[in-house]
Design a protein around this ligand. Sequence first.
Ligand code: PMP
Length: 356
Amino acid sequence: MTVYNFNAGPSPIPAEVLQQAKNEMFNIEQSSVAVMELSHRGAVYEKIHYEARDTLREILNVPETFEILFLQGGASVQFAMTAMNFLHPDKTAQFVSTGSWSEKAQKEAGYFGQTSLLASSKEDNYRFIPEVDLHKAPDDTAYVHVTSNNTIFGTQWGELPKKAKHPVFVDMSSDILSKEINWDNIDLAYAGAQKNAGMSGVTLVFIKKELLEQARDVSPSLSYKQHAKANSLYNTPPTAAIYMTGLVAKWIKNLGGVSVMADRAKERADRIYRAIDESNGFYQGHAVETSRSLMNITFRLQTEELDKAFLKEASDRGFLGLNGHRSVGGCRVSNYNAITDDAIDALLTLMSDFQK
Ligand code: PMP
């Protein structure tokens, strides 16, 4: 049976990338060993490391004014690390809360200093992205934290809020590499790799060099400055995960870049939202239309029993990961870059058959 993997994270990796990793498993770059057996201080690994970083810079058009770091600990550690490094004692970190991950980001930051809510859509069960004017952030703002795509609730910023005078930090864990990024509105961005950028184990961090100058003096292993100075080789990096990110970045580049990913995601998401909208209420989307995510499409059926029956039918037909997050229930389609048109076709057939 064909398996259609819609897992929300870790998520499918392009088949071509997995095939390449398999082909190179016993002999990476003519070294006669596997990538995870290489020293991170050796020339063979260093080539892989810098190529991954440089390909990311190229496909995301990251200005030279930003460092690109490969760190460990997932996006969750970035919730804390951003605050450790940039939440100065006399300042407050402002959060735009658009879902569970924003809440967690604020909670982690709270262990290191003052935090506050700038805007939130919690009262409406995170069905929309609130309007935010960053000019209204208080003077003592250390930084404003935004989650660009809300993996659990299925909402996404169309465009990030326009930067005012305070630094803007963005959690891009679930839409990195799915579209072009306007770096003018960002000072720091981070993303766990396990959705659109490879496998778990590495977290991508993009940080303005100018911002690094303002970092607090924190323990070296959790200091952005230290990691930047050492080109992400301060201690042993997650070498195999960085290799996979490099392969995924090259795969995107060969397909024409992130703008091609964006077009594909939009076309596929449109087909699914159309199926929801044209189902006469049989399928009900969670997000309000203007805040809909192209990456995570969340919906319910009319009753929990129907949700369960739909998910059972999906599972019988070889679908993985269509259940909503355990905290919200319902269904979720994760439409990341590695999803194929065949998987979307099969999903639409499932939805239509089940409704009949
Ligand atoms: N932020 C967002 C938007 C996420 O989707 C996730 C994980 N799904 C996280 C943060 C946490 O990532 P990690 O598990 O890598 O810490």
